[in-house]
Design a protein around this ligand. Sequence first.
Ligand SMILES: [Zn+2]
Length: 319
Amino acid sequence: MSPEEVLLKLLNSGGLSDLQFSCKDVKVKVHKAIVCIQSPVIRTALQGNFKEAASRVIDMDSFDPDVVRRFTEFLYTGDYEEFPAPDTPKAGPAAATTKPEGDGEDQDKDSANEISSSNESVASGDSSDAEHIVSRHLLMNSIGDYYAVQDLVDLANAKTQSLLSNSVFSVSALLSLGETAVKVTGDKDVLDIIAKATGRVLALAGDAESEVDIDADPEIDIMARHEDLLSYFGLRLLASCRREYRIRKDSTDHEQWEDRRAIQQYENRIAMHDRAVMNLLNAKQCRNQGCDPPYSFMIHPQKGEVICRRCRWVFDLCC
Ligand SMILES: [Zn+2]
């Protein structure tokens, strides 16, 4: 047997297990040696006076059972099964880890953790399906981030990146995914990935000859605290739009008289985005005298505007 087959057999049989992942009615038998070498968070929980050290159970109730199952699969195989599109019936092996409460103590039962080693690819033709699947990869990022398994965070991000590159997403879907990412993970890399994809669509929609429609007002709420992840996402969005305009400007022929106007327009947009970044970094309170705290702000990444959420005051660096 190859080392990979040995690990898969260990996982699927649950044999020699000395630790359990518990998520609602799913109990997965795992092995400390394999888990702890990859997750410093779980390793710490199993040392000292934490309750997990005595119970040998890691409570994962705050995650979805499907996410915990794939988390476990990743720890043993370095990959996880693709998520099915919504309303697709679960594959047979997926149900095998679901065991009723109280049936997880039998160490000798074979196939306790039966997990499919095959990765079914998901057709990504339908954009709402693709959006749903990206949101699941964000949850894989989330559990990887929570237990400090960086390789899982990176893998989930690669899958997210691939879906964002190969499917057409609306701006509202991308912004919604960005806001989801802010809520579920502390990982900034995935915010960069989503911000870049959003910038591409926003800039495309701004092209004169483009037929891309923006399906919603592409504003995003940015809270007043500059250090928070939503503000970070907003800054990355502005940077992403700016980069798209820069690419368009650089690829425009400087010799052609009619193109000089286009170049000037791109330069204006780039300058607006630079101002918006400065405004966002400096926006501690609304500059409209009639406005009251608490202040929070929105950005319009396409226009490069920072807007007071309360009074709709549009910030300008000169004020
Ligand atoms: Zn205001």
